[in-house]
Design a protein around this ligand. Structure first.
Ligand code: PEP
Ligand code: MG
Length: 598
């Protein structure tokens, strides 16, 4: 990642606070947005070290007690909701939060210090909390060390109640704005398409965090991993979001504003020009046909999929169904949504991916247990196999919808044959139940596995006997192969799709799958990146699935580059030893092959 480095460029007619500032972050979703900033949340809560009079101390103690009571009430509500909806054992994780609230030592220390030092209670509490967190994070006992995050969570909740600061909601929006937030939760992003969000900026996150993926899907320019944006950008500031380059300009001068307005117009013109190839096949000049499909999170995205000429949906991320709500989606509700998508996209296929919760997508209301390594933890197919009750509801809905169009099904995060067989076994059980109930489904429904765990990547030959297709999930495959957390902006510079290890894995997956006469698609972000798509074309990838807005750009490449040339680029790339060298080389070759490509 490029570190956050504000550059100032003074403009004569502005006050010092209005100085133009330029920040660099991680480009998450291309395009330009210009508008006023709306601060959703920040890392820091609004309080400072404030002296109070001796007479005000009892009042401060009372405020502290009220905040503790309010926090306790909030936690009890969450706990009971979770116990009811996903089981008592999950509700129990909040006992640790309640214990923090009842910790006499901590409470007494705050009260004692208040009596000694006449400072506002927010400040005193935050100081003591910091001390506790530091002490907990240093202890050897792993269990106690893990309680640090409970302390942090509860502490922040208490501070929010003390300062009366609420996290603002996107529902407050009445006019177009650029959202500035520490991070966006899946429930924020899930409602964004209904709000007036023209762009967004976050302090944390990487190129393939769910926030970045959603921004691309919604065609909202975005920059993530800005480290400190919420501290430096103020509400109502005018900001330019350059999501293509990861640049943010606050208080732009009139010349910069003009330049970006022109760039925005130019990008619009290019997109319109690309519409000319919308209905032409994704075929290379030497007659090699590939499939370009789209990734969606919501059925509402279908018009965009059709408008960009995608030949179906290569990844329908169904977990968004489970987010931003207080109950679980019923079979009927899911059935209707899947049927709608299948019918709307017909005659093209839709690949429905079974629930991939966990990682950076948690049930917002139901909450899953907090884990030390969520991406390596109870996620996706692991969660589904442990909760067959939930999994079966989804499988029933998918199967029942399969008679209304061309539905395929795929499992996320498969790590080996056992898991794949277990999932297939549950699917067979569900089919039997439906037959018994005389409910129709497509008996030839194709089942595939995502290849996103290295152990699956190197055992494609073994997995091949149990599926009809593979879809490479590079967003995860890269993070697992390179040991780089995909949402951590501090190590984003190591997240390299063109790393030789990643390219070798991909080539091997494609070759082995083809030896077993299976087709291979890719639904990770890599498939929609022009220079990398050129390499994938040369490696023989059959199907590319991406954000709808990228489809025509990739089609332009496919239609311009003969396969022998794409293969040549791959051959040369495999002689290079770093991801950076490969990216530079592939970009250069792409520019030479298609000079008109932007
Ligand atoms: C992937 O991992 O590449 C993928 C498409 O799945 P997700 O981004 O939803 O984890
Ligand atoms: Mg994945």
């Amino acid at each position: 990642m490029v570190p956050y480095r504000p550059k100032s460029s003074k403009t004569s007619q502005r006050s010092p606070r209005q100085e133009s500032q330029r920040f660099q972050g991680i480009p998450a979703s291309p395009g330009v947005a210009i508008g006023k900033a709306f601060l959703l949340d920040s890392e820091e809560l609004p309080f400072s070290r404030k002296t109070v009079s001796a007479a005000a101390v009892p009042g401060e103690i009372a405020r502290f007690e009220e905040a503790l009571i309010k926090t306790r009430r909030e936690i009890l509500v969450i706990q009971s909701k979770i116990s009811k909806e996903i089981g008592a054992e999950h509700g129990e994780i909040f006992n640790a939060h309640l214990m923090v609230l009842e910790d006499r030592a901590l409470i007494e220390e705050v009260v004692a210090r208040l009596k000694k030092e006449p400072l506002c209670v927010e400040f005193i509490f935050s100081e003591i909390l910091k001390k506790y967190i530091e002490a907990f994070s240093r202890v050897e006992d792993e269990y106690l060390r893990e309680r640090t995050s409970d302390l942090q969570d509860v502490g922040r909740r208490i501070l929010r109640n003390l300062t009366g600061s609420k996290r603002r909601s996107l529902e407050e929006l009445t006019e177009p704005v650029v959202i500035v937030a520490y991070d966006l939760s899946p429930s924020d992003t899930a409602t964004m398409h209904r709000q007036h969000v023209i762009g967004f900026l976050t302090d944390i996150g990487g190129r393939t965090s769910h926030t970045a993926i959603m921004a691309k899907s919604l065609e909202i320019p975005a920059v993530v991993g800005l480290e400190g944006a919420t501290r430096r950008i103020r509400p109502e500031d005018t900001v330019i979001v350059d999501g293509t380059n990861g640049t943010v300009i606050v208080h732009p001068d009139s010349q910069t504003l003009k330049t970006y307005q022109a760039l925005k117009q130019k990008l619009k013109t290019i997109d319109q020009a690309l519409l000319k190839i919308r209905d032409l096949p994704a075929e290379t000049p030497d007659g090699h046909r590939v499939h370009l499909t789209a990734n969606i999170e919501f059925p509402e995205e279908i018009p965009s999929v059709i408008a960009h000429g995608a030949e179906g949906i290569g990844l329908y991320r169904t977990e968004f169904f489970y987010l931003n709500r207080k109950d679980l989606p019923t079979e009927e509700e899911q059935f209707k949504a899947y049927r709608h998508v299948a019918q709307a996209i017909h005659p093209h296929p839709v690949i429905i991916r079974t629930i991939d919760l966990g990682g950076d997508k948690f049930l917002s209301e139901l909450r899953m247990p907090r884990e030390m390594n969520p991406f390596l933890g109870w996620r996706a197919i692991r969660f589904c196999l442990a909760r067959p009750d939930l999994f079966k509801v989804q499988l029933r809905a998918i199967l029942r919808a399969s008679v209304f169009g061309k539905i395929k099904l795929m499992y996320p995060m498969i790590s080996g044959v056992d898991e794949l067989q277990s999932a297939n076994r549950i699917l067979e059980e569900v089919k039997k139940e439906l037959i018994k109930e005389k409910k129709r489904f497509d008996p030839n429904l194709e089942v595939g596995a995502m290849i996103e765990v290295p152990s699956a990547a190197v055992t494609v030959d073994l997995l091949a006997n149990h599926v009809k297709f593979f879809s490479i999930g590079t967003n995860d495959l890269i993070q697992y192969a390179l040991a780089v957390d995909r949402v951590n902006e501090k190590i984003a510079y190591l997240y390299e799709p063109a790393h030789p290890a990643v390219l070798r894995l991909i080539r091997q997956i494609i070759e082995v799958a083809h030896e077993h006469h299976l087709w291979v698609g890719m639904c990770g972000e890599m498939a929609g990146e022009p220079a990398l798509a050129l390499l994938l074309l040369g490696m023989g990838l059959d199907s590319f699935s991406m954000s709808p807005a990228n489809v025509l750009r990739i089609k332009q490449i496919v239609r311009a580059v003969p396969t022998f040339l794409a293969k040549e680029v791959v051959k040369e790339s495999f002689r290079l030893s770093t991801g950076r060298e490969v990216e530079i080389y592939a970009r250069k070759r792409l520019r030479e092959l298609i000079p008109e490509l932007i």
